[in-house]
Ligand binder design. Structure first.
Ligand SMILES: [Zn+2]
Ligand SMILES: [Zn+2]
Length: 80
């Protein structure tokens, strides 16, 4: 087994070289195409900023919730 983040052989858990969990959730960096931990904001290889999927999903869910609330309020006012 090789550490997916620093590419050291038989790293152990946590990795003896980079101190990361080699089984942690990871993604491919868009800039350097290497594996970087999902939990880290920047790529562990090139330092490129990583855009987590959750970061735009949460505001989208909030906006949808607020919109649904406003629509139901407006509907309730007009139905009176
Ligand atoms: Zn490592
Ligand atoms: Zn990178």
């Amino acid at each position: 087994m090789t550490c997916p983040f620093c590419e050291v052989e038989n790293p152990g858990n946590p990795c003896s070289n980079c101190k990361r969990d080699p089984t942690a959730r990871r993604k491919v960096c868009a800039a350097c195409k290497k594996m970087t931990p999902l939990a880290e904001a920047n790529c562990c290889h090139c330092g490129a900023k990583q855009f987590s999927e959750m970061r735009w999903k949460i505001p989208t869910i909030i906006i949808m919730f607020v919109t649904a609330f406003l629509v139901s309020t407006i509907v309730a006012v007009f139905m009176q």
